[in-house]
Ligand binder design. Structure first.
Ligand SMILES: Nc1ncnc2c1ncn2[C@@H]1O[C@H](COP(=O)(O)OP(=O)(O)O)[C@@H](O)[C@H]1O
Ligand SMILES: [Mg+2]
Length: 296
């Protein structure tokens, strides 16, 4: 087998260290000066309202974007700013929008995920050259093992595009695991899943952690995150607002405000308070009372 032992590290030592990561798009600062660590053996959650910069931060970690400022280290080494080199170093990810080879089989999709761990590389894997054939057997055994792990071995010969949505998400995870990562990054793994599938994904993430792979997960589903994570960081408008255990984060009023406040501007209750104030002012003197609807 040509696998590397990227999954071994002492619990508690940093696997991922992001320091002062900032990402600007023209005038927009999507991520601002974020420090962030994932330790071996941990499941860490990254939450925040839509547009908070979560995916952008992920893209900075995984080499898709080169951060405007800051550094990202994996097991002490600064990561090269190229996605395939990041994967090779030991970090694998899934995407918010599923990216599978739709017209390849389930098994082939996992085999493609192994290309960073075989000498032969992606093209050989896709074109099935002679070098690939030799490495094929060992790779196939490992891929089948992973399919069994996620519970899709019975669909090994199905085309990826024919799988139900929840299974496509699982297959993406298997493909990411095929690169034998030390850290797995999941971008909204339960998006579009029903509650049963979400529960199953929870179990799957625990099982992945138990194999010695640290996990960083972005998710909207609060219950999922708080059940799952040893630690949770909250991004709001590109900045890390709070970080701590699920209990600490859940109890933090700023987090509640950031979420409940999402449809409004400012604090939750502010609109309501303003309405009451306006109504009171109106009752006192109707000429000074204006509401948004009447203004101008
Ligand atoms: N490639 C890009 N070019 C310009 N702006 C971007 C790009 N990617 C994301 N943004 C902007 O950065 C902000 C954060 O987006 P994103 O990281 O997708 O948030 P989240 O994943 O938390 O919903 C948004 O305002 C978004 O429009
Ligand atoms: Mg996103």
């Amino acid at each position: 087998m040509t696998t590397n032992t990227t999954t071994e590290s002492t619990p508690g030592t940093p696997v991922l260290e992001a320091a002062g990561v900032t990402m600007r798009f023209g005038g927009l600062t999507a991520v601002r000066n974020v420090d962030f660590t994932v330790n071996a053996g941990e499941i860490v959650g990254l939450i925040g309202p839509n547009g908070a910069g979560k995916t952008t931060f992920f893209n900075c970690l995984t080499g898709l974007y080169i951060p405007t400022e800051g550094t990202v280290r994996y097991k002490g080494n600064v990561l090269p700013p190229k996605p395939h080199l990041v994967t090779k170093a030991g970090m694998a990810r899934t995407f918010q929008n599923i990216r599978l080879f739709a017209n390849m089989t389930v098994l082939e999709n996992v085999l493609v995920g192994r290309h960073t761990r075989t000498k032969e590389g992606l093209w050989s894997a896709l074109l099935r050259g002679p070098g690939f054939k030799k490495a094929e057997k060992a790779s196939e055994e490992r891929a089948l093992e992973l399919l069994e792990f996620i519970g899709l071995e019975h669909k090994r010969d199905h085309l990826a595009r024919n799988l139900p949505y929840g299974e496509q998400r699982k297959l993406e995870i298997a493909r990411a695991l095929a690169s034998e990562p030390g850290l797995l990054l999941l971008d909204e793994p339960t998006a579009g899943m029903n509650p049963q599938e979400t529960r199953a994904t929870e179990e799957l993430v625990f099982a992945i952690r138990d194999k010695g792979i640290a996990v960083l997960v972005i998710e909207h589903d609060m219950r999922f995150i708080f059940n799952l994570c040893d630690r949770v960081a909250v991004l709001v408008q590109g900045e890390k607002l709070v970080e701590g255990t699920s209990e600490v984060v859940q109890a933090d009023e700023r987090v509640i405000a950031a979420y409940l406040g999402e449809p409004f501007e400012g604090d939750p209750g502010e609109a309501e308070a303003a309405e009451i104030a306006a109504a009171e002012a109106g009752a006192a003197d109707s000429t000074t009372s204006t509401t948004k609807g009447e203004a101008q």
